[in-house]
Design a protein around this ligand. Structure first.
Ligand SMILES: Cc1cc2nc3c(=O)[nH]c(=O)nc-3n(C[C@H](O)[C@H](O)[C@H](O)COP(=O)(O)OP(=O)(O)OC[C@H]3O[C@@H](n4cnc5c(N)ncnc54)[C@H](O)[C@@H]3O)c2cc1C
Length: 398
């Protein structure tokens, strides 16, 4: 069995070169630190944008015009987490906790009494407001750790909600889990304001195809973002990339969770297997691709559509995009394919501000506040962190 790895969420991250201070921006610094720690690396593949070929494309069956490919500008440095994208947020969370309090330890790791603890695999089930003036918030967290699931009640003076908009809307009124549509918006209170703002953010669903090919597709590019066509829309695919071209992926990325998953290739070890796993792996490593449906394609997939059907449709559109006609397809062997749906991808109308109210002790940030990229989400976290630290410094001086 050979390992396959797919970054089925963010394919790469980059600090924004459009920001004049981007090289010194907090996100750029975080990326450099992650690179130094060996949990992020530059992706130096041929990545850029391309147009549809007007002559050969038919309706939404788009063929890429290879000649139109334009590499991203060199100042746009692309980073990936190593061995998977999930390594990056984990590194940032742990570094942040230790930078804040060097004695911080992982929740449950025999922390000294009173020492701060952090958890990276926790899901907050309920968020309960302080029961009296000057009281503390209470969180009930479900924590997954090494195959165990346990619950912990945590008291907090300040709570920062850094989830997607729908999750923030649900958490805010401290009602625990429920459908976003169940949420009643109360704009009289600060939590109501945040809840209303989060509730108003529209998100697009995104279907992502993770597909592995027995042999390399010999595609001329490693990552392509399709440009919008003059008549509007992108065809069925907005972005595709060769996951195997990223650093640290060959031989399977291992791990998973969050932004990446690993799969076993059951089709491996076929006839001609001489039992020498190392040599085989090097010689016949499958090529893993991640393909993201365009907004129009994803909107048109009926609710409840079966994932294998969507996977077939995206695969067909992808091979069409690469100009693989019936003859060429006959020689292409797919060893793994899976379509994954992101329900709340790409906030369409970010609110443009973060939220913090010292009186309530609640803060909120995330990509739904600043923009639809990882760098926006990170910047929003930094912005809310600055507001909180300014408040704490001021209250210490008083
Ligand atoms: C398919 C896809 C491709 C993308 N590609 C790129 C790309 O190539 N480059 C790029 O920069 N950006 C990309 N993005 C956007 C990027 O992934 C997001 O902007 C970024 O992840 C937002 O970060 P965030 O912290 O705001 O939210 P999230 O990444 O959504 O993180 C929020 C976290 O909160 C957790 N959570 C939710 N509810 C609770 C709860 N009750 N308790 C505890 N935790 C909770 C969630 O599990 C999640 O881990 C892509 C997004 C999608 C969907």
């Amino acid at each position: 069995m050979r390992g396959l790895s797919f970054d089925h969420g963010a394919s790469y991250v980059s600090a924004k070169p459009s920001d004049p201070k981007w090289k010194a921006s907090p996100f750029a610094r975080a990326l450099r630190a992650a690179e130094k720690a060996g949990v992020a690396a530059r992706w130096r593949g041929d990545v850029g944008v391309a147009d549809a070929d007007a002559a050969t494309s038919r309706g939404d069956d788009v063929v890429m015009d290879e000649g139109s490919f334009e590499a991203f500008p060199p100042e746009k440095e692309l980073f990936v987490g190593v061995p998977t994208m999930a390594a990056l947020p984990l590194f940032i969370a742990e570094t942040l906790a230790r930078a804040t309090k060097p004695e911080a330890s992982h929740l449950g790791d025999n922390a000294a009494v009173g020492a701060p603890e952090y958890a990276t695999n926790a899901f907050v089930q309920t968020l309960t407001e302080p029961q009296y003036p000057g009281g503390r918030w209470n969180l009930t967290a479900r924590i997954r750790d090494g195959g165990h699931v346990w619950y912990k009640s945590i008291d907090a003076d300040i709570v920062i909600v850094a989830t997607s908009a729908p999750a923030a809307a649900i958490l805010m009124p401290w009602r625990g889990l429920g459908s976003v549509d169940d949420v009643e918006v109360d704009d009289e209170t600060f939590t109501g304001i945040v809840q209303g703002a989060a509730h108003g953010v529209e998100a697009n669903a995104c279907w992502t195809l993770c597909v592995a090919f027995e042999k390399s597709l010999d595609a001329p590019f490693d990552g392509v973002m399709m440009r919008e066509r003059p008549e509007g829309g992108y065809g069925k695919i907005a972005w595709f990339c060769n996951n195997s071209s990223k650093p640290g992926r060959k031989g399977g990325g291992g791990g998973g969770g969050g932004w990446a998953y690993a799969a076993d290739d059951d089709a491996g070890g076929g006839s001609g297997d001489d039992g020498d796993d190392d040599d085989d792996a090097a010689a016949t490593e499958p090529e893993c691709w991640v393909v993201q449906g365009s907004p129009t394609f994803c909107q048109n997939v009926p609710a409840g559509a079966a994932s294998p059907r969507v996977a077939d449709e995206l695969l067909d559109a992808f091979l069409t995009l690469l100009g693989k006609d019936a003859d060429r397809r006959a020689s292409i062997e797919v060893t793994h394919k899976k379509a994954v749906k992101w329900k709340h991808a790409y906030p369409a109308n970010p609110t443009g501000r973060v939220y913090f109210d010292p009186e309530t002790g609640v803060a909120a940030c995330g990509d739904w506040t600043f923009g639809g990229r990882t760098s926006d989400a990170y910047d929003s976290g930094v912005a809310v962190g600055k507001e909180i630290s300014t408040y704490l410094e001021l209250s210490r001086e008083l």
